[in-house]
Design a protein around this ligand. Structure first.
Ligand SMILES: Nc1ncnc2c1ncn2[C@@H]1O[C@H](COP(=O)(O)OP(=O)(O)OP(=O)(O)O)[C@@H](O)[C@H]1O
Ligand SMILES: [Mg+2]
Length: 414
């Protein structure tokens, strides 16, 4: 649904890649449902990519994740035909790259798609700026333009001041930035990043991930990022494809992958993740909750609605349907006693509001000093749902909300 208005940048169709001499036979056996191991045993061929079909949208970070040997690098190398697929098609902007001749291929690798490798591929005895300008040199841009662009990109990746240092004298993390700057300097439409951060130590790696996301906000490239690290995949990916033995077993948003792992393989990956940083208010909220309209509903109506719905707290909306706050049963009963026509005076207004994209981890702290639900609103402050304390706890401990409510109720009677 949400993909309807997105532009397809790369389309992968029936893509297969087999290593070995008896490829046709291997492909046939694969089509018949034989596993990678069985095919290897029978034919001596490795099926590295098995019938991949998917699209990558313009401007998205598409992560391919899987264990070592699952076929990630091989699939990526098909994109710029560093390896030729055994069968199938890859379209970039609807152009079939399988029909490109050598010259057009070189052109495409330079102008459209740049690859950032894990081991950087830098020239250690050249300066940072010269390394960054290198890609543009190959493209035949003139020297002034090269240097100007190089300096600009070096600044973008946070290496300002290091322009004239020898690249070999930089730390691993800094070298990785040079590699990234070099790729960005050629202004490619697509960035192919194969385990680009895997060689970095954990702190610098996290930092690079954050910086890539910051940078991506500005440059809006289509990025295909390969990793075998689920945390990295969840952090960077707009969508993630999970590969196993050459097969893509699931494609989805980080949330999809966590909420509905397609099989035990994906589940095994997902089990050790801190869900609270990924699962959002939108997916644990109670949608379209019963509510009170401040203009129309007074204490009598409100108490009645509370009885009917079994709620002792209800959200209140103003005449434009904007969220105002909450009313609690005792306060409303009090207002009724005083013959008030409106609940206006008893609305608790100073309450937190979050967006449906807010991670559950950011909602938790509210409950420390606050016992009402948390309102989920859109940009216009229209109420779209409520997140209850028990829904959040249920999410964190992987139980159903009902169970949590029962446990809590049991606990409050002590
Ligand atoms: N040149 C090659 N010749 C034969 N088999 C190969 C070749 N390159 C890769 N393979 C095989 O293809 C499969 C996929 O390898 P690939 O390098 O794509 O995996 P990967 O997912 O990138 O792994 P890693 O995480 O270790 O980089 C593996 O079974 C591998 O042994
Ligand atoms: Mg690889």
């Amino acid at each position: 649904m949400e993909n309807e208005n997105k532009q397809v940048k790369i389309k992968v169709e029936d893509l297969n890649l087999v290593f070995g001499s008896r490829r046709d036979e291997a492909l046939k056996l694969t089509e018949q449902g034989m596993s990678k191991a069985e095919v290897l045993d029978k034919t001596g061929c490795t099926v590295a990519v098995n019938n991949a079909n998917y699209s990558i949208y313009e401007g998205e970070v598409f992560v391919v994740m899987g264990l070592s040997g699952s076929g990630k690098s091989t699939m990526l190398r098909c994109f710029n035909r560093l390896i030729n697929p055994t069968s199938g098609h890859i379209y970039i902007d609807e152009n079939d790259i399988m029909v490109l001749d050598e010259k057009s291929l070189r052109e495409m690798r330079r102008n459209k798609m740049t690859m950032v490798f894990q081991n950087f591929g830098l020239l250690p005895h050249r300066t940072v700026s010269s390394n960054v300008a290198f890609g543009m040199e190959i493209m035949g841009r003139d020297e002034n333009e090269r240097l100007e662009k190089a300096y600009k990109t070096i600044k973008q990746v946070g290496l300002q001041g290091y322009e004239e240092m020898m690249t070999g004298e930089l730390s691993g993390g800094m070298q990785q930035r040079v590699g990234l700057a070099r790729a960005l300097a050629t202004d490619p439409e697509v960035l192919l990043m194969d385990e680009a951060f895997s060689a970095l130590d954990p702190l610098i790696r996290t930092q690079m991930q954050e910086e890539l996301l910051e940078l991506q906000k500005k440059v809006q490239k289509t990025i295909v990022f390969i990793t075998h690290d689920l945390d990295e995949a969840l952090k960077l990916g707009d969508r993630i494809a999970i590969m196993k033995d050459g097969v893509i077993v699931q494609i989805g948003t980080p949330e999809d992958i966590l909420m509905e792992p397609a099989n035990d393989y994906v589940k095994a990956f997902v089990e050790n993740v801190d869900r609270s940083t990924i699962v959002t208010a939108g997916s644990v909220m109670f949608r379209n909750p019963p509510h009170v309209d401040i203009e129309r509903h007074g204490p009598n109506f409100t108490l009645r609605l509370m009885r009917e719905t079994g709620k002792d707290v209800l959200p209140v909306l103003d005449k434009n349907d904007h969220f105002l706050g909450f009313v609690v049963d005792n306060d409303v009963a009090e207002a009724k006693k005083k013959n008030k026509r409106s609940v206006e005076d008893v609305v608790i207004k100073d309450v937190p509001m979050v967006a449906d994209t807010t991670p559950v981890a950011d909602i938790l702290p509210f409950y420390l000093e606050y016992s009402l639900p948390v309102a989920v609103v859109d940009d216009e402050k229209n109420l779209i749902g409520l997140v209850s304390h028990s829904a959040v706890i249920a999410e964190m401990i992987g139980k159903e909300e009902e169970e949590v409510i029962q446990i809590k109720e049991g606990g409050t009677h002590e």
